[in-house]
Ligand binder design. Structure first.
Ligand SMILES: C[S@@+](CC[C@H](N)C(=O)[O-])C[C@H]1O[C@@H](n2cnc3c(N)ncnc32)[C@H](O)[C@@H]1O
Length: 657
């Protein structure tokens, strides 16, 4: 039997991405084995986890791993402004589902419907319409398109039912058929190919930004165009601007043949005055780009727009190919290939604007593509949109790049609630090339000043105690103390400097629990307990040997002559809230975050002074006013240690507001 699996093999075995595996490792569900060649996981551990997921034992993981197998379908409401539009889509969606119609055939009929309502086809009985080659039309390309498409379809069994799709009223939105197609595609399929179509408003905004800047005979591309949302947005803009660009300046590709059909029809309808063959083709762009034929290989584009697939699945033989053809991309993340290919297909001075998951900005795994971007382009804009897709929990950012040799002092615009400019060259100064867009230049200077202070860290200097995962709290926790049960704390029980009285009890039997750190660690003489799910640092010093649930973890620092209470004071202080927020902008307090925080090297008397202040603060936790006075005393002390001036202190306070 195989003993160890690589990261990619483990991800494939469990049907999730490599980043998810690393995340599960961080959360303690897996134990990675680090070696020179990367991280490995024991085969038996992976199989065990798989069994637990499949048997439903691990609910939270279950939902993620099974997402790719989910048959669930739903109407993505981010595409509508008016409830009546949702209603029209709902009627069509329910009709197709109830009558168990085939998606391809239904989409064909709905395209006929769309062409008829747009005046490109005559409304004739369905059977007549199917004999398209007999019909006269001004638009030969539309007729050819439908004839070709029809050769792959079979209406025989349910002709009457399909026919009724011609009578439904389509909503007046730019891509009604694309939205219906998205609604009919299962969540599993969408996750596998990363197919979540972009709302029109965002496509319009992205297409609008650079169209004025590119020249008359420009070429515009979406390399994974879906039903053509971005191409429609660019096309509408071109028409509005009265530009001389022809519709054949718009190019699109997609792996999904039905989406390609919809996109082709969409463009034919938008440019109904032209009788043209849209430049939209079916293609697996990652796989075929490098094997491209000669003429296409050298075709370059002026503007590339898109929302490339995130976390798409690759088959085993594709992975071997990807490693060989894209050695720069170590993460095997699908959108990274599209950034790589996009920049390669762009003219010098051309623009690329992509919608991407926020994790590209700061997750270690995506260091590879960040390095590639910084080397090959100037970042023009990063805009934070937060959550925009139904069924996708990742916040979304837009990254705009200009293909050129980056200058030393260029500035990028950031839109993140407010708008400001930053110098992306500074991203090169951190070892993971993190795009820390939340920081202005002022913030960065202050963080660098803090880090310049002589310091030590918890890396290699602490024991970490992960909170208990029961798998089913209602089964394992009790509200009253029973025989053999002991107190257990949740995240909400941890306050700055204070532990609330536990209101939960557990019978600690590690063999029954999904995750349980060894009891002796919980029972350490002293430890620091902190909230795990939190956007701020909340620490309390514990000598009560408390157990914790996974919403609270604990750390046992092992730094000689550096008292734990001092660490509690520093981490709870205003300045450390600023550091944590500006550096990580997260809702989870991870071990890696805490390991990176600087612990200033201080004389013994200062350490003693802080230790005493800790005890005074703890004594004041029940008196709000006194607590505030003592907490302020601590904050001032921490500012003094790092020699912050008044402006810097104001900056910290402004950010924490
Ligand atoms: C997030 S959707 C975006 C679609 C469209 N651009 C939009 O924004 O509405 C990603 C698209 O990438 C396509 N796709 C996935 N893998 C692909 C590949 N290897 N080559 C080309 N297209 C791919 C999917 O079929 C899907 O339509």
């Amino acid at each position: 039997m195989k003993k160890n699996l690589t990261l990619i093999e483990s991800a494939r075995q469990l049907g999730v991405s490599s980043a998810t595996i690393l995340n599960w490792e961080k959360q303690g569900y897996l134990n990675g084995i680090r070696a020179d060649k990367g991280v490995f996981f024991s085969f038996s551990e992976i199989v065990n986890l798989q069994k637990k997921i499949e048997s439903g034992l691990i609910g939270r993981l279950n939902s993620r791993a099974n997402k790719k197998n989910s048959n669930k379908t739903f109407i993505p409401d981010e595409h509508f402004d008016h409830p009546e539009d949702t209603h029209k889509i709902k009627l069509i969606y329910e009709y197709i589902i109830e009558n168990q119609l085939n998606i391809n055939e239904s989409i064909f009929c709905l395209c006929l419907n769309h062409l008829i309502s747009s005046g490109l086809l005559l409304k004739l009985p369905f059977r007549e319409l199917l004999k398209l080659y007999n019909k006269k039309s001004n638009n030969i390309n539309v007729i050819q398109e439908l004839n070709l498409w029809q050769t792959h379809l079979d209406f025989e069994k349910k002709t009457d039912l399909y026919q009724q799709l011609l009578d439904f009223q389509l909503p007046e939105i730019s891509d009604p058929i694309g939205v219906i197609y998205q609604s009919l595609t299962s969540s599993g399929e969408k996750s596998k190919n990363g197919s979540f179509y972009t709302p029109k408003q965002i496509c319009d905004e992205m297409a609008g930004e650079y169209l004025n800047k590119i020249k008359g005979n420009a070429k515009i591309l979406d390399l994974c165009c879906g039903s053509g949302q971005f191409l429609l947005a660019a096309g509408e803009r071109i028409k509005k601007l009265g530009r001389l660009l022809k519709p054949t300046c718009l190019w699109g590709y997609d792996i999904d043949p039905v989406a390609v059909q919809i996109a082709r029809i969409n463009l034919m309808i938008l440019f109904s005055d032209f009788d043209f063959n849209p430049n939209i083709y079916q293609r697996n762009f990652i796989y075929n780009y490098s094997l491209d034929d000669h003429s296409r290989k050298y075709r370059k584009f002026d503007l590339i727009l898109g929302n490339p697939p995130w976390g798409a699945e690759f088959r085993h033989e594709q992975l071997t190919f990807l490693k060989e053809y894209y050695p720069e991309i170590l993460s095997m993340e699908s959108y990274s290939y599209f950034i790589f290919i996009g920049l390669n297909l762009l003219q010098e001075g051309g623009y690329l604007s992509y919608l991407l998951p926020e994790s590209i900005l700061n997750i270690k795994t995506h260091k590879d593509i960040r390095a590639f971007i910084l080397k090959n382009a100037e970042i023009r804009k990063i805009k934070n949109y937060n959550r925009v897709f139904s069924g996708v929990f990742s916040p979304v950012v837009r990254i705009d790049l200009e293909k050129k040799n980056p200058e030393k002092a260029y500035l990028a615009s950031v839109e993140n609630g407010r708008q400001y400019f930053i110098s992306p060259i500074r991203f090169l100064r951190n070892d993971q090339f993190i795009f820390d867009i939340h920081n202005t230049e002022e913030d960065v200077r202050l963080l660098e000043k803090i880090w310049a202070f002589p310091h030590i860290t918890l890396t290699g200097n602490a024991d970490w105690v992960l909170g208990i995962v029961t798998g089913d709290n209602s089964k394992f926790l009790a509200k009253i103390k029973k025989k053999g049960y002991q107190k257990i704390l949740k995240g909400v029980d941890i306050q700055p400097f204070r532990i609330k009285t536990a209101s939960n009890f557990i019978f600690y039997d590690p063999s029954q629990l999904q995750q349980a750190s060894p009891l002796y660690k919980f029972k350490a003489k002293e430890k620091l307990i902190y909230r795990f799910i939190s956007n701020r640092l909340v620490f309390a010093y514990d000598t009560g040997k408390h157990l914790t649930l996974n919403s609270a973890n604990a750390v046992i620092p092992k730094l000689k002559d550096y008292p734990m209470k001092v660490i509690a004071c520093l981490f709870n202080s205003e300045l450390y809230q600023f550091i944590f927020r500006q550096k990580y902008f997260t809702h989870k307090v991870l071990r890696s975050h805490l390991e990176s925080l600087p612990l200033p090297v201080l004389p013994q008397e200062t350490l003693k002074q802080i230790e005493k202040l800790h005890d005074r603060i703890v004594l004041s936790t029940m008196d709000e006013k006194l607590f505030e006075i003592r907490y302020n005393e601590l904050n001032q002390l921490v500012y003094n240690i790092f020699q912050l001036n008044e402006n810097e202190i104001q900056l910290v306070r402004k950010r924490l507001k």
